[in-house]
Design a protein around this ligand. Structure first.
Ligand SMILES: C[S@@+](CC[C@H](N)C(=O)[O-])C[C@H]1O[C@@H](n2cnc3c(N)ncnc32)[C@H](O)[C@@H]1O
Length: 276
């Protein structure tokens, strides 16, 4: 079988990192997230993933984040089995395969070249709609409103960090207007991470740059009275819940650095917000 070519823009190419992480994680003895579909996709792509071989912290980081969002989506579907799940910047994520309950409505959005690649591995069904477009346009909001009743859960992992601050604020406001009461899972980093992003064990191999940060994960609540953060998990605690999975450098130096410089522990969060 010929392998699938990968032709993606600079930011879109970053979708290969969480894909690689989920596939590798699924080969661990005790994976934090099990995802056979990611293994299948990784094996069929014509792409050299070898530079990522040493990126153990990113492997675990992407997967603890994905597993946390999976738990939030499962809890949402438990409360609202026929609710609507929307994934913005879905990349090659197979959350539907991991979490779907057979009754929910799903929308999966990404930029055109990323969506073309996604369509090689996933297809539309009566409950699942793949959308080619930008999260920063209004078209997807109009389509979701026209084709679903809600309540809505919007997930966007590793996406907002590539937007500009004014784009992130406008996106929150447009979602709160169009999908009132919706839940929104997203990750946020402090300026500390932006300053040191070229040392990131995976991102150092990619050209894309993180451009959005907040000094405190909860400051987003002050943007609008409608926003309420229901949960915020720090990557630091999620990573160090699995110390044996981390390279020695992280395992021993991380807690030491975290003790002398606490902002490190608050540098990166995955958040669950209620919009309106
Ligand atoms: C780091 S990847 C994360 C992919 C996926 N969320 C996951 O966890 O596997 C970032 C994703 O955001 C997408 N993206 C970037 N800008 C976007 C935009 N304006 N609208 C929709 N998707 C976008 C990229 O194409 C890419 O798929």
């Amino acid at each position: 079988m010929p392998k699938t070519a990968v032709k993606l823009g600079t930011i879109q190419e970053t979708l290969l990192v969480p894909l690689w992480a989920r596939a590798r994680e699924s080969e661990e003895a005790q994976p934090v997230l099990h995802d056979p579909k990611s293994r299948e996709i990784l094996a069929s792509l014509d792409y050299d993933f070898s530079p990522l071989d040493g990126a153990r912290a990113s492997q675990l980081g992407c997967c603890v984040r994905g597993a946390q969002v999976d738990r939030w989506v499962r809890a949402f579907l438990n409360d609202f089995p026929e609710g609507t799940v929307i994934e913005l910047g879905v990349g090659l994520n197979s959350r539907f395969e991991r979490v779907d309950n057979g009754r929910a409505r799903w929308f999966e959005l990404d930029l055109p070249d990323a969506m073309d690649l996604r369509r090689q591995f996933f297809e539309d069904t009566d409950r699942r709609t793949l959308i080619s477009g930008s999260a920063l346009d209004d078209d997807w909001l109009a389509q979701v409103r026209a084709e679903s009743r809600g309540p809505w859960f919007i997930a966007s992992e590793g996406v907002l960090v590539y937007f500009h601050p004014e784009e992130v604020r406008a996106l929150f406001a447009r979602m709160a207007d169009a999908l009132p009461g919706g839940l929104f899972a997203y990750d946020s980093m402090t300026p500390l991470v932006l300053r040191h992003q070229r040392r990131h064990d995976a991102m150092r191999y990619f050209e894309a740059e993180f451009t959005w940060s907040v000094s405190n994960a909860r400051e987003v609540e002050f943007w609008d009275d409608r926003y309420q953060i229901l949960d915020a998990r720090s990557f630091y605690s999620m990573l160090y819940a699995h110390p044996r999975r981390l390279p020695a450098y992280y395992r021993y130096l991380g807690p030491l650095l975290g003790a002398v410089y606490p902002p490190l522990k608050r540098a990166y969060h995955v958040n669950l917000m209620r919009l309106g």
